[in-house]
Design a protein around this ligand. Structure first.
Ligand code: SF4
Ligand code: SF4
Length: 304
């Protein structure tokens, strides 16, 4: 139950994310970038759209969501909503020092299952679930894509999780260049020098060479594993529970940049809406096609 409670934010997002590709409203899906029929399906409507326009739209949306999240939530996203951290928590739950081989095997199997379901859901936003199941059964391209994504997720969690979060993740890089120090919510405080120097918080931290006792470090992904380690160190101490604490204030209140964030969200939303409208302007796309065709014909005529 503790594991579910600690990861409730992630599960609250994961369940609708996995459900949406299955929802159909009439002839069309609730949300589907339907690359096999060159059509954006949204809220039960179908909008004809070329593959490149859909890719551009997806990139635009990803940038907008990442920027809004980085400005509003910072690394709070990494610790609570990122699948990477959820998988790391899952492994830590099943992989502690005293856990049996069977427990580790259960952890690995659960990780494989969840990674596969997540990979399936990601690809199911680009091809309908029926077609995707068919592609998996008949070893089509989309089926291989699901397998590749699942394997990448599993390998990443087992082999380079902390290193990836600290140095490779584009979201982490975005957070690192924004002035968002006050959005970090895990803090070490030990005015009375109770730290036993057990090293538990450093050993469990997935980020290479990160010691939360040294102060602010933007690489901290807010996963909370150090707090748990410190709690274990002081488990038998009646006066101290931990030296690392999670600031439970709403992350949106944890700082004085709310106005800037609201302006940023407003601007990004306007940009996104403008982008969506521009990309879905079928008449404009048709006129571009016509212009290109005329240009091509003119070139041919001048050549002859
Ligand atoms: S310092 Fe703590 S909260 Fe930050 S990444 Fe390391 S273990 Fe997670
Ligand atoms: S786990 Fe707690 S007691 Fe141990 S080194 Fe870290 S802060 Fe100190």
């Amino acid at each position: 139950m503790g594991f579910l409670r600690d990861n409730k934010s992630f599960l609250a997002v994961l369940i609708p994310f996995m459900t949406i590709p299955w929802i159909k409203l009439g002839d069309y899906h609730f949300l589907l970038f339907n690359f096999s029929h060159n059509r954006l399906e949204i809220l039960g409507f179908g909008i004809e759209m070329g593959a490149y326009a859909m890719i551009a739209l997806l990139i635009l949306l990803a940038i907008a969501v990442a920027l809004i999240s980085a400005l509003a939530l910072s690394r709070f996203y990494c610790g609570t909503l990122c699948p990477n951290t959820f998988f790391a928590h899952l492994l830590a739950f099943f992989k502690g020092k005293k856990k049996s081989f069977l427990s580790k095997l259960v952890g690995f199997s659960l990780l494989t299952l969840l990674a596969s379901l997540l990979a399936f859901s990601v690809v199911a936003y680009a091809i309908s679930t029926d077609e995707l199941i068919d592609a998996i059964v008949h070893l089509g391209f989309a089926g291989w894509l699901v397998t590749l994504l699942s394997l990448l997720m599993i390998a990443e969690v087992y082999m380079i999780q902390g290193w990836y979060c600290a140095y490779l993740c584009p979201y982490g890089a975005t957070c690192a260049i924004l002035p968002i120090e006050d959005r970090l919510t895990y803090e070490y405080s030990d005015p009375e020098h109770h730290c036993t120097d057990c090293g538990g918080c450093v050993k469990i931290c997935p980020i290479p060479d990160l010691d939360i006792r040294q102060g602010f470090d933007i690489r901290c992904i807010q996963c909370g594993l150090c707090e748990e380690a410190c709690k274990k160190t002081f488990a038998k101490n009646p006066t101290i529970s931990t030296l690392i604490r999670h600031d439970k204030r709403s992350v949106l209140q944890a700082g004085g940049k709310s106005k800037g964030i609201l302006i940023a969200i407003f601007l990004i939303s306007i940009l996104t809406i403008t982008g969506v409208i521009t990309l879905t302007d079928v008449e404009r796309l048709d006129s571009c096609r016509l212009e290109n065709k005329n240009l091509h014909l003119n070139n041919l005529n001048s050549y002859h």
